[in-house]
Design a protein around this ligand. Sequence first.
Ligand code: 16G
Ligand code: ZN
Length: 531
Amino acid sequence: FSLQAIQDNFVPHKKEDFIYTYGTAGFRSIADVLDSVMYKVGILATLRSKKLGGATIGVMITASHNPEQDNGVKLVDPRGEMLEQSWEAYATKLANSKTPETLAQATEEIIASQKINVDQPANVIYGFDTRPSCPELVKNLESGLQASGAETKNYGLLTTPMLHYLVRCLNTAGTSDAYGEPTAEGYYHKLAEAYKTAVKGFTRLSTLHVDCANGVGAPKLREFLTHLSEDVISVDISNDQITTQGALNKNCGADYVKTNQRAPPNVKIQPGDRFCSFDGDADRIVYYYLGSDQTFRLLDGDKIAGLAAMFIMDLVNDAGIDSLKVGVVQTAYANGSSTNYLEKVLKIPVSCVSTGVKHLHHEAEKYDVGVYFEANGHGTVLFSPSALNTIKTTEAKTPAQNRALQQLAALTELINQTVGDAISDMLLVETILTNRQWSPEEWDQAYTDLPNRLAKVVVADRSVFTTTNAERQLVSPAGLQAEIDAIVAKYSQGRSFVRASGTEDAVRVYAEAATRAETDELTYKVAQAVY
Ligand code: 16G
Ligand code: ZN
């Protein structure tokens, strides 16, 4: 490890005045300004690995659902989780170092404050999505890794959740909680075997139509499907144009569908059929279908959480292990009807946390079985070590109990325990629908979403909008929350909140109410109060 090498290989900033922030989605911006950031992320990944005694750290290059000209990068910690929050400030510090000297200084500061022994080994793996800017960004990342002396492995084109899986596998190999074979093949095999077990004995459903957002999910889902025969699952893939310039996330994908509450224009949506959309890096998924009245119906992250929680509660009861505490974690964006369904109908505890996967993930770890989903379709289910142990060691007294235990065991393998995963979540939904022999309408009957609206307000300085109570209330600007409360009080089943976006220079306004007209009016009034 040599600070000299770090200085000698310095990759300069392309735009002098650009300020970088490691936020909820890592670094993310227009790809053109990211060369220098990649170099620094290489150094940071090396330091993080050295700090953790040479544990493997992951680096994923993607900008998820953002337009094709954007890109981004984020670090993955040893258990396949997001980078520990306290390190985000280091990332930001390195990224904004504009000269070799200030970079060396910032590096030294991290080493000193974290008491890093630089003689420790460093191991870093990386992967990237289909964006045309990736190859160049990868080169800059590699320079940073090389300059700081890490052992590396390039896993190539990957979905984000596959990279998280690989990191966890590499760090648990040979231990009692070994997570799987650290290869793409190992990932496919694990999911395919679990799925076969989970749907065994049930009639296969009709074909599922999958929109892959013209992203990395398309080739990866195709590879995965070679591990399952047509009589186990039938999938029709669309929006798989990964080499067509400008196609990524354009008028398709999970974010398009959730935001516009409509199917991608090029997806021919037929009554009776089942559809889902991935986002650009395949860590989000939403389902949808055409109702018998020909209207578009969305089954978003909230609906998936409700379905999963219902199924898991039933299995836990049938398995006779209802001492396990099952809970659901949501954000303020969860539809009020979904929270009501979970709490009042399923009688499951629900926690509400701030936006961003790391917040949901950590809260979900507090339960034995923690289901977490953002309304936008990012989520998963976490099984605690003690839950895994209970599922593995409980002795069944009846065939029904035995079957429930087997199903739960299959779910623990099927569900990606590291992060939300579109392929894995798709298999979870398909498992439940197959077990129940349900159509999407039947799934949708659990509850009816309140009409809702999300608006974006561009303000002079979004940093003055600070919140409390899991982002449901404003602390500042002074007086604004009282104003919002007064507006909301006029609408039946009204709810609205305002928060600064973590990924865009804007403030978001969410509102829901009993009717579409009231919702629109409420959104408009709150947005006006903000402006
Ligand atoms: C990031 C988050 C996502 C969240 C979104 C909110 C991660 C990996 N991603 O993309 O979970 O929904 O930000 O964006 O945490 P916003 O702050 O612009 O509303
Ligand atoms: Zn994504």
